[in-house]
Design a protein around this ligand. Sequence first.
Ligand code: SF4
Length: 186
Amino acid sequence: MEFLRPQFAPPGGVWPYVDEASGKTFESRVSLDDVVSQVTRFLKANGREVPAGLRAGIEDWICQRMPPGVCSGEGGLPKYETLPSFFEVSKATDEMFHARRWELCSPAVAEDRARVCIPCRRHSLRLCTTCDGLRKVARDYVRGRRTRFDAQLGVCMVFRVPTVGLIHVEGLTRGEGCPEKCWVAA
Ligand code: SF4
C-alpha cells in the first residue's frame, strides 16, 4: 500500500515503524524518508542486510495501520482489524474507568507496555483518537500521564480503549483475544 499524499504526515502526526525482528521502534515527524534512513542506519549498525524494498515495506507497514482514505493499493482494508467506531471506544473507555478507581503503574512500566502494544496485532491506528478527543479523555482518566511513545498509540481492539490510557492501568484482567505477548497478566 502507498500513501495517497506522502508529503503530509499521517494521522497522529508521525510516521511510525517497528522492526519486528528486534522490537525496536522508530518514528519521524519529518518524513517517511527520514524513518527509512533511521531504519537503514540501525540495520547496518547491527550487521543486518538492508532489503532492496525497505522503503516500500515500511510504507506498507504504516499504511496497514492507517484509517481508510490515507493510503491506496492492494489490501486497502484492514489487515489487522476492522475500524473501531468512535461511540464504541468512547463507551468502552467510560465504562472501564467508571467501573472502579484504578491504580496506575510507574512511568517506566507504562513505556515498556507501549513498546509491546505498538507492534501488537490487536493494536489499531485506524481511528484518529487525536482528532475526536478520545485520546484526551483517556489521558484525563490516568491523571494526564504521558509517554514518549504516545504519538504511536491508537486503540487496543481487545479492550476498545485508547492505548495512551490503557498502558498506565494496573490490575487489568486479560480480555478474550489478547495475544500471548500482551503485557496484561494472564
Ligand atoms: S492486546 Fe495487549 S498488547 Fe495488544 S494492544 Fe491490547 S493491551 Fe496492548
